[in-house]
Ligand binder design. Structure first.
Ligand code: ADE
Length: 375
């Protein structure tokens, strides 16, 4: 991924980012950083880029023309218009979903303002996203750009090692992370919780979940309000489909439950859910001839929701040929109606989740809807 920062203080950006993990990522070529000094695009011989505000008032305003030229020069090098983020306290407050969504871009321009801000007319022309890093005012956008680059880079393949992987995130489930411990086993009279030394992975996961909830209750009760318990109900006649479904759920939650509807036991039991649950239903577009399910509807028979948020993935259909696409559309509407009749509130449907970009967008959209309480 290539970051292009437009700033009056390129050294600040370069010095701040060429160290530690990001420095290594740049050496490896996973990310690149190019800073452009807006002053080099000044339209006067004094290299002045700011002027007094029309209407009076304190401070200076950055002129439109140098910002416009700086931005266009970067876009010209890239050869196409690029998503352009202006760092400002007036923007959407950065969060993990925005970070992951930005990480899907190949190129990103970050525009840093100074003084009282930038002439509104150029912002209207070049900016696609207004982003704030918090409800406080900084002296300029540079620290915001650095925060954003750091957070986004963690999702660029190759930046983190496997152990540091961003797959299991603090905040992934709207929960804070559990506490961590390392050697020595006893430090100044304080012992590591015995369960962590037990070697029993189920017990350890259960303990971590409990601690995460406890900690979130104490420190960020606002997050807990929208936390949900994720269950993935699936039927996967093929192993590759099963893997894709398990991975997708893993990207949504660290603590997922799985119900394989291909198993008779699961179809026979009553699977009841409430409004604190979230159900991800994953079904193949076409049931194989030897399927234990006579129809897609049979898949859902044992499921009972109570205003339970849910989403549907219909796998393995083709949405290319017109006819197949029409059939897929019909199937998704039929299944949506069936699920709504069983008490589920369908937040979104993903056709062909095999396409990783599509799946990613679907998951990010879902996360926004679940955790921000939008339906
Ligand atoms: N520039 C000044 N304050 C800022 C903030 N809070 N976030 C992003 N950019 C800024």
């Amino acid at each position: 991924m290539n970051f292009h920062v437009l700033t009056l203080f390129p050294d600040m950006i370069e010095q701040g980012l060429h160290t530690s993990i990001l420095g290594k990522a740049m050496e490896k070529g996973c990310i690149t950083l190019e800073t452009t000094n807006i002053r080099e695009f000044a339209a006067n011989k004094y290299n002045r880029v700011d002027d007094y505000p029309y209407g009076g008032g304190a401070g200076m305003v950055m002129e439109a023309e140098p910002v416009y030229r700086a931005c266009k020069s970067v876009e010209q090098k890239i050869g196409r218009p690029v998503r352009t983020v202006y760092l400002t306290p007036q923007g959407r407050v950065l969060n993990q979903t925005i970070v992951e969504e930005l990480a899907m871009e190949e190129e990103l321009i970050l525009l840093c303002g100074h003084y009282e801000g930038i002439d509104e007319r150029v912002l209207e022309d070049v900016v696609t996203d207004y982003i704030s890093i918090g409800d406080y005012v900084l002296t300029g956008g540079e620290l915001g750009a650095m925060v954003l680059i750091d957070a986004v880079s963690r999702f660029v393949p190759g930046v983190l090692s496997n152990e540091e992987s961003s797959q299991f995130e603090s905040l992934q489930d709207n929960l804070l992370e559990y506490p961590h411990y390392t050697r020595p086993e006893e430090w100044r009279g304080k012992k590591v919780p015995p369960v962590l030394l037990s070697g029993d992975h189920r017990k350890i996961e259960a303990w971590r979940y409990e601690k995460s909830v406890e900690r979130t209750k104490e420190r960020r009760p606002d997050l807990l309000k929208n936390a949900v318990s994720v269950t993935c109900a699936f039927y996967a006649p093929e192993e590759s489909l099963r893997e894709m479904i398990l991975q997708t759920t893993g990207e949504m939650t660290r603590y997922g439950n799985f119900l394989d509807v291909g198993r008779k036991k699961i179809r026979k039991q009553r699977n009841a859910f409430g409004s604190g649950d979230f159900l991800l239903f994953a079904v193949p577009a076409c049931l194989p001839s030897d399927s234990p399910l006579a129809s897609h509807e049979e898949f859902f028979c044992s499921f009972h929701g109570k205003d339970t948020p849910a989403a549907l993935m219909i796998c393995g259909g083709s949405d290319e040929a017109d006819q197949a696409s029409g059939q897929l559309q019909l199937l998704s509407e039929r299944l949506k109606t069936a699920l709504e009749g069983r008490g589920f509130r369908i937040l979104d449907i993903c056709l062909n989740p095999e396409e990783s970009r599509k799946r990613r967008q679907f998951l990010l959209g879902l996360r926004e809807k679940i955790y921000r309480g939008i339906s």
